[in-house]
Design a protein around this ligand. Structure first.
Ligand code: SF4
Ligand code: SF4
Length: 421
């Protein structure tokens, strides 16, 4: 694999195909005189096992060794996990390696018992910050055809399309959400885990329950991109899914008499994403008035398929070449396009548009991303960055002292200095 990137790609694909614990084979890779052995994943936890683990008497506190506040704990202290695993199979996500492809859910009683314990905690303020897991809405979902599941080798139950065998019933989740809201001491139950929009939009009842009772003003969703090619490489639903979900979200808000918003998340520099794809995304953001305040920059992480694409420059499914932004400059341009509206990104956005031959998006046109002339803040930001880069280079560059450096008799200029004395 070290010598041949195609073999690395093949190995990555093979390992991902062997993740269904019902049929996974042991994968062996010879390495010198030894071998690396990847054992099949363990069988999914039963509901009883899940209940027994989640029912242990946890303190729900950070470890006493911590003196200062722990931000990660602050974020999760009032949330409750209802399931593990995900059958989404997104290329950039390693949840399959961590928690498996099959959904493992707790019983309703187990979740409600935890909520009662939470409500009895004097530090609890009445709002459950999240009821979810790796995703918000896969609770109790599973393959409805055990005989097919036993032999299935698909990497995702929802990509490229939702499998006909998938039982995507939101009923148990809706009941759980309703029951959670009725626990004495609980005033509100929010959903902050990622919503699988392709599934949610198929259940009007879930959309109604979600919008009416479980959104705290802004709902974070992750369409990740708009370009069809990039979305296919990510194994994410097509862009139309997000638009349909957004429309239903708006309708349910109107029905409930609420004014709530979607906060969509996108990734820059994912393999397959080039400047044209990012410009299409920026134009979409502009047309729809989205201004993401947080930007995700693709980072290769061990064990996911997107990393194999990043390293090899090829699609593991087809072997076809995909564009990859590896250099810092290319990555910076892609990231800037996601926040084209920020004055400090002006010059990068301009460079990206000129590179992609999209001068039409500079100036006063309807879809123009930036003005023709840089705003004052852009010039100030460029100067500041230039100075910072200069000092950073000076700090980190280990310049070896030239043997000729400094004032020494015999060196060019020595005579002049001596004459001045
Ligand atoms: S849906 Fe979310 S948790 Fe599941 S694979 Fe995709 S990114 Fe990961
Ligand atoms: S048959 Fe369909 S629903 Fe069942 S495990 Fe395979 S992809 Fe998932």
């Amino acid at each position: 694999m070290k010598a041949d990137k195609d073999k690395f790609l093949k190995a990555a694909h093979l390992i991902h195909r062997e993740t269904n614990p019902l049929n996974a084979k042991t994968v062996v890779q010879r390495h010198g005189a030894r071998a690396v052995v990847v054992t099949p994943p363990r069988l999914p936890l039963t509901q009883e096992r899940m209940d027994s683990y989640y029912g242990l008497p946890y303190t729900r506190r950070a470890h006493p060794a911590y003196v200062d506040a722990v931000p990660a704990w602050e974020m999760i202290k009032d949330s409750v996990t209802v399931m593990r695993g995900c059958f989404g199979g997104c290329s950039f996500c390693s949840i399959t390696a961590h928690q498996g492809r099959a959904i493992q859910s707790r019983s309703r009683e187990s979740v409600l018992n935890e909520l009662k314990a939470l409500a009895a905690d004097p530090q609890f303020k009445g709002t459950v910050s999240d009821l979810g897991g790796p995703t918000a809405n896969m609770y109790r979902m599973r393959c409805s055809k055990p005989e097919i599941e036993k032999i299935c080798k698909r990497l995702s139950c929802v990509s490229p399309t939702i499998c006909r065998c998938l039982d995507a019933d939101h009923g148990p989740l809706i009941e759980l959400l309703k029951a959670a809201g009725a626990v004495p001491g609980v005033n509100k139950v929010l959903v902050a885990s990622g919503i699988r929009m392709d599934l949610a939009r198929l259940s009007p009842e879930y959309m109604r329950e979600l919008v009416a009772h479980h959104v705290g003003g802004r709902l974070k969703v992750a369409p990740e991109h708009v370009d069809p090619g990039v979305l296919a490489l990510m194994k994410k639903p097509a862009h139309g899914t997000f638009e349909d979900f957004a429309r239903k979200f708006r309708e349910e808000n109107e029905r409930a008499g609420k004014k709530q918003f979607l906060a969509p998340y996108f990734i820059a520099s994912h393999p397959g994403s080039d400047l044209s794809a990012m410009i299409a995304l920026a134009v979409f953001l502009k047309r729809n008035g989205y201004r993401p305040d947080q930007v995700q920059d693709f980072i290769p992480t061990p064990h996911d398929l997107a990393t194999a694409m990043y390293y090899t420059g090829k699609d593991p499914d087809t072997g076809l070449t995909v564009p990859v932004a590896r250099g810092m400059r290319d990555r910076r341009l892609q990231r800037a396009l996601l926040q084209f509206f920020k004055p400090e990104n002006y010059f990068e956005v301009r460079e990206a548009l000129l590179k992609a031959g999209r001068r039409d998006l500079i100036g006063g046109g309807r879809d123009a991303l930036i003005a023709a002339a840089p705003p004052r803040e852009a010039l100030a930001a460029r100067r500041e960055r230039g100075e910072k880069d200069f000092h950073e280079r000076a700090r980190t560059t280990d310049v070896p002292k030239s043997p000729k450096a400094g004032y020494r008799p015999g060196r060019a200029g020595w005579g002049r200095r001596e004459a001045k004395k």
